[in-house]
Design a binder for this molecule. Sequence first.
Ligand code: GLU
Length: 275
Amino acid sequence: MKLRRISTAVAAAATLALVATGCGGGGDKGKDGDKIVIGIKFDQPGLGLKTQDGKYTGFDVDVARYVAKELGYPEDKIEFKQAPSAERENLISNGDVKFVAGTYSITDKRKARVDFAGPYFLAHQDLLVRADDTSITKATDLNNKKLCSVTGSTSAQNVKEKLAPEADLQTLGGYSECLNGLQNKTVDALTTDDSILAGYAAQKEHQGKFKLAGLKLSDENYGIGLKKGDKDLQGKINKALEKMKSDGSWEKAVKEHFGPANYKYEPAPEITEKG
Ligand code: GLU
């Protein structure tokens, strides 16, 4: 009798532990045991970059780490997963990641599939051209020019729908692929957020090769993408973002990551994505 009671208690405790770590929930791959899986960009210097030695660095990475810590996951419990622009909604809704912090603009179209916390940053769409190019200074100059952007991005959609519908637009999987094209002259311009473009232009191996047009073609409010309907997580992440601003960590991170690229960042935006 006594033995049975003990084993029941043990089983109950084990069940509780499983539920607490998320293992008992079934299918929540974004929270694998005591780890948290977070989607970021791997090829965007200043924002989300996986370095040669396998480390992760950038403003989005700092935001992701800060939020994870506030959710109870220290650095060694974070697993970063690459989240290409076109895959972000899938990764979130499939439960492959708990959240995405990867230059992820809040849009109504995306909100049909995922929810956002934030925003935590405001960028603007711009153009990157070769340093010696004087033929592209405004969006309409792109018509009949070879332009590169990324599949599933707001930048590509804006070009097609309004900025330069006649541009010869090529969409690739990541912006670093577009950059190769700009370098070897298979494309004339690369378009996406100025925050991303500034990071590429400032890279040591690119210095003096490219310039930003300096156009504010759109407002891109970066949010943290999360599973649709998870109001609890949305509230917790918003709280973490507020704290990151009020304790000075936000300012420290923008200075550290955008300072070297001489990128004039906007002040931290107000949080709008609330339950
Ligand atoms: N912020 C824009 C977007 O969410 C462009 C950058 C990106 O592709 O991540 O689509």
